[in-house]
Design a protein around this ligand. Structure first.
Ligand SMILES: NC(=O)c1ccc[n+]([C@@H]2O[C@H](COP(=O)([O-])OP(=O)(O)OC[C@H]3O[C@@H](n4cnc5c(N)ncnc54)[C@H](O)[C@@H]3O)[C@@H](O)[C@H]2O)c1
Length: 345
């Protein structure tokens, strides 16, 4: 059941819809891993999976796949199914990778973390941007102190589509930005306030504006929407010395470091505060890009082999769910500021 650093890790994946094929492609490409089973409730999707991965055993029943000889389960099914499927897999003794968000409530997420820890199984969530070399570059930059104190940061993740009906834009899109914020700052927000709007179905928010207050005083903001004319994936970090723009869609210059800033000084002639603007060079660092999803899947396989925690472990997933849940509550209470219990994760 438990793998060693030398042994091949056997993965069974459930969910071969929109995102599942990306995971399967990456697990298949890892030498230390064998994609040995695939499960989907849809016969059409399963047939498609079977055409692509002829050596994998196909299942429509998750129970049957769990009874097979696999070490780990990768879950790429809709968010509301994560909690029952993860719990079932953990209790069957499997290591679990699950797509974001980890769960739909903090109570569920905490139970998943506790169960994985008690049973000594890996629990990992697909916060794929924490494996993105551009995001890691920005993280190193912030940690090095090169941009000074972080004042604030904001992110735009908008597009026309993919419209969801079971979850809103907050739970579907914003987990990425929230996980990046927490990763970059190394903190969880102490409070959250959000506003959303429903236009298409009237059932779920198509657009969400969510602001987070961090213990350090940093403010972060995300605009998430599937109802927008342009595809934008852009994040700005404003620091006391420099400013950084990370544009995930840019083919060249994904990260730009602006030598721009403002100094406040007292004018001796008038005794008043004045501001001196500084505008210097814009640096575009050379990044060695690797597919973030490959790095993420490799981290899951490595965690199973070594017993070491993956970067985006269950507690990481729980912290993001805490923020999402607080934002959801805020939206339901006319943008009221909702405090987060920082001791819980
Ligand atoms: N990391 C990313 O960038 C990214 C992008 C898109 C989606 N996702 C995540 O991937 C997950 C799946 O999203 P999607 O858009 O692929 O959904 P989807 O609806 O397109 O596909 C889900 C698949 O799971 C199957 N399925 C659902 N419940 C099942 C069950 N109980 N047993 C067997 N099969 C079942 C469905 O038949 C379907 O084929 C979600 O958690 C989503 O948040 C992540």
């Amino acid at each position: 059941m438990s793998a060693t650093p030398e042994s091949i890790v056997r993965i069974g994946q459930i969910g071969f819809g929109y995102w599942g094929p990306n995971l399967a492609r990456n697990f298949r490409a890892i030498p230390a891993c064998e994609l040995s089973a695939l499960c989907d409730a849809s016969p059409d999707r399963l047939a498609m999976a079977g055409d692509l991965y002829r050596s994998a055993t196909l299942y429509t029943s998750f129970d049957e796949m769990l009874a097979s000889e696999i070490d780990g389960v990768a879950i790429a099914t809709p968010a509301r199914s994560h909690y029952p499927l993860v719990m079932q897999a953990l209790k069957a003794g499997k290591h679990v990778f699950v797509e974001k968000p980890l769960a739909m409530t903090t109570v569920e997420a905490a139970e998943m973390v506790e169960t994985a820890e008690r049973l000594g199984r890996v629990l990992m969530v697909g916060h794929v941007f924490e494996y993105n070399p551009a995001v890691r570059y920005v993280k190193n930059l912030l940690d090095s102190g090169a941009i000074g104190d972080v004042y604030y940061l904001y992110s735009t993740r908008v597009n026309l589509g993919r419209i969801q009906s079971d979850i809103n834009a907050l739970w579907s899109i914003a987990p990425h930005d929230i996980s990046i914020f927490l990763y970059l700052l190394g903190q969880t927000p102490e409070s959250v306030s959000a506003r959303g709007a429903r236009y298409l179905s009237g059932d779920v928010e198509d657009v969400v504006f969510c602001s987070m207050q961090f213990p350090s005083g940093v403010v972060a903001h995300v605009h998430a929407s599937w109802l927008d004319p342009s595809k934008v994936r852009c994040m700005t970090v404003v620091g006391s010395h420099k400013m950084v723009v990370y544009d995930d869609l840019a083919t060249e210059g994904k990260v730009k470091i602006y030598d721009k800033g403002v100094t406040r000084f007292t004018n001796p002639q008038y005794g008043e505060y004045q501001y001196r603007l500084h505008t210097g060079d814009i640096l575009i660092p050379k990044l060695t890009m690797q597919e973030p999803l490959r790095l993420e899947c490799e981290d899951f396989v490595r965690a199973i082999q070594t017993g070491e925690s993956p970067l985006t472990d269950g507690r990481n997933g729980l912290r993001v769910v805490q923020v999402l849940e607080a934002a959801q509550r805020s939206m339901e209470r006319n943008s009221q500021e909702i405090a987060i219990n920082l001791a819980a994760a």
